[in-house]
Every structure is written in C-alpha cells, then in structure tokens.
Ligand binder design. Sequence first.
Ligand code: F6P
Length: 527
Amino acid sequence: MSNNPTDKKAWHKLKNLSLGVKKKHLNDLFKDDNNRFKELSIQIDGLFFDYSKQRVTKEVVSNLCDLLKECDFENKRNAMFQGEVINKTESRAVLHTALRRPITDNIEVNGESIIPIIHDTLKKIQNFSDSVRSGHYKGATGKEIKNIVSIGIGGSDLGPRLVSKALCLSANKNDQIIHTEFVSNIDGDDIQKVLSTHNAEETLFIIISKSFKTQETLTNALTARQWLQDNLPNKTNIDQHFIAVSSNIEVAEKFGIDRNNIFSMWDWVNGRFSLWSAVGLSICLQHGFKKFEQLLQGAYIMDQHFLNAPLDKNIPVLMALIGIWNRNFLNLPYLAILPYAQNLLYFPAYLQQLEMESNGKNIDYEGKKITDYNTSPILFGEVGTNGQHSFYQLLHQGSETIPCDFIGVLNSETELPHHHNLLLNHMMAQSQAMMQGQHTPDQPYNYFEGNKPSSTLLMDKMTPHNLGQLIALYEHKTFTQGVIWNLNSFDQFGVELGKQLSEKLEKQDLSEADSSTKGLYSLIHKR
Ligand code: F6P
C-alpha cells in the first residue's frame, strides 16, 4: 500500500472540499454558524486553542482526521513513544518523550531500560545545580560562580535560550537567578562581547554539543578555554570552569573536559528535541532544578494529551492538520509565529529549527523524491507588537496570504497590567483585522481583503509547567505533520553539504568551486 498521502481517499475528498472553501470568506463562515468559536476551540489544562479563524469547516476537520488515520498515525505515534527505530536513516529510536516520563515507567532501548539512566542524570543535574546555586561549588580560585556561559548551537542552544529568557521575564522578585549568557555564532563578536564583561574566576562555561564535532561550538569552546587560561592566575586548573553536555563522551574527554564534568545525552534524543535532557543544564543552573522539573511535568502532560485525546479534540493534532490544510490544500507556503509575550522572544527562532529542520525535506520515508505535494512551510515571526510595525503590512495587504499563530499569556504578574491589557488587545485586533478585512471600494489603498487565517493560543500564565506544555505541543505538531508528509522528521542531512564545503575552503581546496565561489574566495582571503 502506498504511503504517499496524495493516494489516500481523504486527500481526494479534501481536494474537492478545498474548491468550495476557497470561494468562502471567513466572515461568511462566522455568519453561517453562531457557535463557531465555541465549536472550533479547545480548553485543556493551562492552554486555550482557538482555531475558529482558520478557513476550515467541521467537515474539513473531520476529513483531515480521516487522512491522519489513513496515514497509520496511531501506530506511528505509538512506535515513537515505545522507542521503535523510527529514525531509519540514522538507525535510531526517537525518545525525547522518555525524558519527561516518571521513574515508575519502563521503556527499553536495545534491551536496556532507559528510565533509570534518565533519572540518574536528572539527579546528577540537580546535585550539580544545587551545589553551584548554593555557592558550595567553587571556581578554581575558591570564588563562587556568579556567571554561566552556555556555548552551543542549533538544538544545543535554542531550547535553553528560549526557556532562559521566558523564565527570567516571568520570575518573581524573590527568585534566585544566576546570570547566564548564550554564545552560538562562530562570529568572534558573539563570544568576545560576553568574555569582555565577565570575571574568569566567577564564570562557568557549559559546552553543549551532542556530537561534540560542531565547528562553531568547538571554536568558541577553545576561545573560552584560552580566555580562562589567560585570565586565571598562573597554572590554575581550569577544569572547574568547564562542563560539557554530550553523547560523544570520548571526544569531549579528548577535547580536555574532565570525565566527571561531562553530562550525558543519548543518540535517541534528537538535537532539536533535546532541551529536556542535560542540554537543559543551564536552565537548572540559572533558575533552579525545581523549575526544570516543572517544565518536564508540563511537557509530560502534553504527551498524555497527545496520546489520549480524540483526534478532533487533540491540540497538537489539530494544529498539525490545520497546517496541512493550509499548506497542501489552500496552497499557503508560509507560517507566521506571533507571540504577544516578550518572554517568548526566541520562540519563532526555536520553531524555525524545530519545524523546518524536521520537515523541510523533499525525500520521503522510503527514500523517494517527493514530487506531488509540498512539505514544511517557511516559518518566520517576531514578538508582538514589534512585528506590527515591520512586516504586518504584508500580512494585511501583501500578495501572499500568510497563516498566523498568535500566542498570548492571559495572566501576567507584571507590575504594569495596563501594558499587558494593551498588548492583548493588539493581539486580538490583529487577528480580527486579518480575518474581517475592511472593504472600501472607493479607497483602494485602504482596502483589506481579510480572509487571512489564524489560530490563537492562550496560555494561562507563563509558568515553567505551561511553557513545557507549549513546547511539547509544537514538537507533537511537527511529528504529526511528518507522518502525513511521509518523511523522516528526525534526520537533517540537508545541513551537511555546506559544512563539508566550508571544510574544503578551510583547506584552501577550490578544486570543485565555481567561478563565483573562487572570485569571492580571492576577495575574502586576499583582503
Ligand atoms: O544544524 C545541524 C545540527 O546537527 C542540528 O541538528 C543540531 O541541533 C546542531 O547542529 C548542533 O549539533 P551538536 O549538538 O552536535 O553540536
């Protein structure tokens, strides 16, 4: 039986339905059904999801659910949770969900029970972060650690960076927060700026790299090491200032990191899904282990919702299906991520990696070229209201229709509630304007067609628990879309070619270079 989604019965049904929906304005869908908001929205613990402003009908949703069933979704979802080797190209299980499971659960990889290993590592993380935060752990010269610098890139950076920012801005006055910086770019300006403001005796570096082979991370780590050597008193052992998180323990040790200072992660956790592992160490150091635990618990609650809620009441599933509808049936190639919450500043960047590195593929699960349907949309975004004063013009009157995910936080502990009310009013006004439009035939420049689809996700409060839910929600959305598009969401061979060619250039090997690359090379290296 073909796994191509376009061969499924529901796909054809949806194609037909899309012809009718394309002729309808969202305003008419609301006029046709007074209960639309009530029926096309879901409340679960800590989250409210409104998809009534999407260009779907109940019939469309029901057929999208049928499509998912025809794609063998339930078996595939179980296969992931049970640790089957679903990442075929790399022969790996995909078990980020195991990282948030309770100690009483059992899940095995190659005959070995992994829950005890996960909880041992969590204990190690807790002990270490408690010790640093209490001041018990000292730097090489006996001073307490006052600064954390996390060095990593992609999945080894974006998750901790997102959570760090979110929890900082939503912290209470009494919360103890250790100053933490993130360095990812190989551009020396990134690390230089951080080093220039830090005191070596009080600074702890965490080098995060699953492979421990990523050039950006290793280059920054070498620079940090040199800086420690230059800035700590003569012959001081710098080990206490250098911690690693990696699944490649041997290489991390060879790099010079003390074995006891290496926190393990595992090959069955993909980089962009790894924030729940020791990759989250900087979160624990900065905010305390308890908040990290709450983050894991929130993600676990979302896992249970994803596993158990009926498809048409399942938020990650619905989000995925709406994305499929927009991408494959309404032919909308973009998705804007619009958090109306400064603490979600890094959420668009985080989702860009999560969704585009996972599903930005044109080779299917069987290794065949995908020719007859599109896969991941292009994601971009910005926090509201900043985006309103840059690219929203195009969202309202541009030649492309761009579906939007609005994300808001209902209850804020801000000391400026007036700002918060204004912020959320802006969010509602934008989705309303996009949907309703403004029809002024005598003023063409002021004409807004409307009919722009959007969803609105409301978090009760920016707590670690709710943030864990939110992130896991998008993880499951991404997985679900990968099932329909019949691709492996868990490899990323598309990033390799550029890395290899850059290594060649480093070796001054221009044998396969075209005239443009040669020309640029000579300009750059003969400067
Ligand atoms: O960009 C490719 C990639 O492999 C990502 O998938 C990953 O998150 C990032 O590089 C960093 O990799 P590592 O953790 O091995 O340094």
